[in-house]
Design a protein around this ligand. Structure first.
Ligand SMILES: Nc1nc2c(ncn2[C@@H]2O[C@H](COP(=O)(O)OP(=O)(O)OP(=O)(O)O)[C@@H](O)[C@H]2O)c(=O)[nH]1
Length: 324
């Protein structure tokens, strides 16, 4: 990926792929894997919600895949991450032929992870540091939402500051004209990082007006202490009226898009497992998952803060009764 010989010093290369919830990590990585841009890579996936779908979307084109359970890999899930990395190094050292050896690991972090903390934990591990070379920290920034994240969340800033390379995603969905200001803001926060852009994983080259000033952001000390972001899971009965459900979901995200940061649901339909997802107040077109999927279906996960599971359930019930 970086153009360097991946086996120059015999160590396994690691790419950390970070970025806020819904910034486009899986979409981007899927595109790179499809085009063989990471070579023979083992993918580690760490998702914020317990109902993971990212592994289903990625495994078709990877040399191997491990789903990291046990929470976010920068905090509660760190022991599980280090254990998986040690296991991969161990396995690699037992493979005799150079040509059959694993070359790279790509870690897709959860959207709630600070990639800098993960990198530090790997560097501090006496075994891993001899076997793994951290090649690059790539952080994806959603062009539509990044300024809001940077203006409200410590995590958004930490992610951008940790990056060697920032990729601005969803440039197609962002209001034209604001791109150069977003670019300038990211450059100011992390002058050392290269910044590129992508639409659904495909690199694009939008023109940047370097004379445009950065968007002013509050000082870090002025950011409010927000409640922790947590996943909340809701079972959806198959008999639900789907028209009413989608109107309810749109209305909910429209009203609470700043608190409900990410939504992912998998539904068992006659056409197969249907993935429905949204980022803040934008709901994406549903997608049929590959037929090999083994999903916990008919439930939807809301990842965010300041709402209670019971209230969500009651609201859906009330809405369904009114519209049914
Ligand atoms: N318009 C547009 N949508 C995008 C782009 N990249 C990703 N998306 C959509 O954004 C949503 C989130 O994308 P994902 O790739 O799942 O994001 P993620 O960062 O892996 O999400 P988490 O793992 O939940 O943090 C999906 O519905 C994608 O289809 C893009 O460049 N343009």
């Amino acid at each position: 990926m970086t153009g360097a010989d991946t086996r120059a010093d015999g160590r396994l290369r690691l790419t950390i792929l970070g970025g806020y919830l819904g910034s486009g990590k899986t979409t981007w990585l899927r595109h790179q894997l499809y085009h063989g841009r990471f070579g023979r890579a083992h993918i580690l996936v760490n998702e914020a919600a317990e109902t993971p779908v990212d592994d289903t979307l990625l495994q078709q084109h990877a040399a191997g895949m491990t789903l990291l359970a046990g929470g976010c890999a920068c905090c509660a899930g760190q022991p599980e991450l280090l254990k998986s990395l040690r296991h991969l190094c161990d396995h690699r050292s037992r493979v005799a032929s150079d040509s059959a050896r694993l070359e790279r690991i790509v870690l897709e972090t959860s959207g709630l992870a600070d990639p800098g903390t993960i990198a530090a934990a790997i560097q501090a591990d006496p075994m891993l540091v001899h076997h793994i070379l951290l090649d690059e920290i790539i952080v994806l920034a959603d062009a539509v939402n990044i300024i809001h994240q940077l203006g409200t969340e410590h995590l958004g800033r930490a992610q951008i500051e940790a990056a060697d390379r920032i990729i601005l995603t969803k440039v197609d969905a962002q209001l034209s004209g604001a791109f150069s200001a977003v670019y300038a803001t990211l450059s100011q926060l992390n002058p050392g990082a290269s910044i590129t852009s992508a639409v659904k994983g495909e690199e694009i080259d939008p023109s940047v007006d370097k004379a445009v000033s950065p968007i002013p952001l509050p000082a870090l000390g002025e950011l409010a202490d927000l409640a922790a972001i947590e996943p909340t899971r809701l079972k959806i009965d198959n008999s639900v009226d789907w028209a009413a459900f989608s109107v309810w979901l749109s209305a909910l995200l429209h009203a609470r898009g700043n608190d409900i940061v990410r939504v992912k649901g998998v539904f068992d339909t006659p056409a197969g497992f249907l993935l429905l997802q949204g980022v803040r107040n934008s709901v994406q077109a549903p997608e049929i998952l590959p037929s090999s999927s083994t999903q916990r279906a008919n439930e939807i996960v809301f990842i965010g803060r300041n709402f209670a599971k019971d209230d969500l359930g009651k609201s859906l019930e009330y809405f369904s009764l009114r519209t049914g």
